[in-house]
Design a protein around this ligand. Structure first.
Ligand SMILES: Nc1ncnc2c1ncn2[C@@H]1O[C@H](COP(=O)(O)OP(=O)(O)OP(=O)(O)O)[C@@H](O)[C@H]1O
Ligand SMILES: [Mg+2]
Length: 261
């Protein structure tokens, strides 16, 4: 179980990016975080996996725990060893390394003998990566790079995967493919914390959803409930067909919410 109490993140000593986030995530769930650009979604994931830049004045306040042990420490490797793996925004694979080298880099915290078997397991899950195992990763297509990013995270044998915009920039068919991969991993018992601007895909596969606006959770509930919620429908699942909204529309949403309350 992952628990966060009153998390605040300050960037560069001045900008308050997360303003008191509290949540509890049960093992084995898919939990979606929705919100417009700049809402703080990436920051939340970076705080959990210890990837904030503390040398440049990024500060975390509040408490958190995973499996009863504290989060928000200074050691990102320790978090990986404890079973949380992060698929970063915009894939962040090592473009100059081969597919296989990228996968091996995902096992950097491990000293056990199972790495070779896990490599083969990833090639079985993603045959296209197996075919291209000696290719330079930078030349893979966007969808293939996303699969590589997921497979690399899996090489740490995580119990929970944090995924930041895994469908960003992918064609609709690939979006469906990534969604299916997430469902498959979850069916194998892996918890998923999914950050998405593509709200309709996220709410289709999630158990629970949180809506983040300017560093705060403004709404949360079971995914099936959010899918039917009039405001969520109008402002996150609405026009354009891809579930994306721009900031002005969201600002309008917040103004309207204030009038109504
Ligand atoms: N290193 C940083 N230093 C200062 N401000 C930052 C830094 N990184 C992000 N920010 C600011 O913090 C806020 C939250 O950023 P964050 O990346 O968490 O948002 P996000 O919800 O992931 O947005 P997006 O959907 O665009 O990825 C934004 O206003 C952003 O400009
Ligand atoms: Mg982001």
């Amino acid at each position: 179980m992952l628990e966060i109490n009153n998390l605040e993140v300050v960037y560069n000593k001045v900008i308050l990016v997360l303003r008191g986030i509290s949540l509890t995530i049960e093992d084995g769930q898919i939990v979606a975080f929705l919100g417009s650009n700049g809402a703080g979604k990436t920051t939340l994931l970076r705080a959990i996996t210890g990837l904030l830049d503390i040398h440049n004045g990024d500060v975390t306040k509040g408490t958190g725990s995973y499996d009863g042990k504290p989060l928000f420490g200074p050691d990102p490797d320790a978090i990986v060893r404890r079973g949380i793996s992060h698929v970063m925004e915009r894939r962040r694979i090592f473009a100059d390394l081969t597919v296989e080298e990228n996968l091996r880099s995902g096992a950097f915290t491990r000293r056990d003998a199972g790495i070779k078997d896990d490599l083969e397991a990833q090639y079985e899950r993603f045959p296209v990566l197996g075919e291209r195992r000696n290719r330079t990763a930078g030349y893979l297509s966007g969808g293939e790079q996303q699969m590589l990013a997921v497979a690399r995270a899996m090489m740490a044998r995580p119990k929970m995967l944090l995924m930041d915009e895994p469908t960003l920039g992918l064609a609709p068919r690939l979006v469906e493919e990534v969604a299916q991969v997430i469902k498959d991993l979850n069916a194998e018992g892996i918890g998923v914390l999914l950050v998405e601007q593509n709200a309709s895909v996220a709410l289709q596969i999630a158990d629970h959803g949180y809506i983040l606006e300017t560093g705060k959770v403004v709404h949360d509930g079971p995914a099936e409930q959010l899918r039917e919620d009039e405001d969520v429908k109008e402002f996150y699942l609405g026009v354009g067909g891809d579930g994306r909204r721009n900031y002005r529309e969201v600002k309008h949403y917040r103004r309207r919410k204030r009038w109504l309350s």
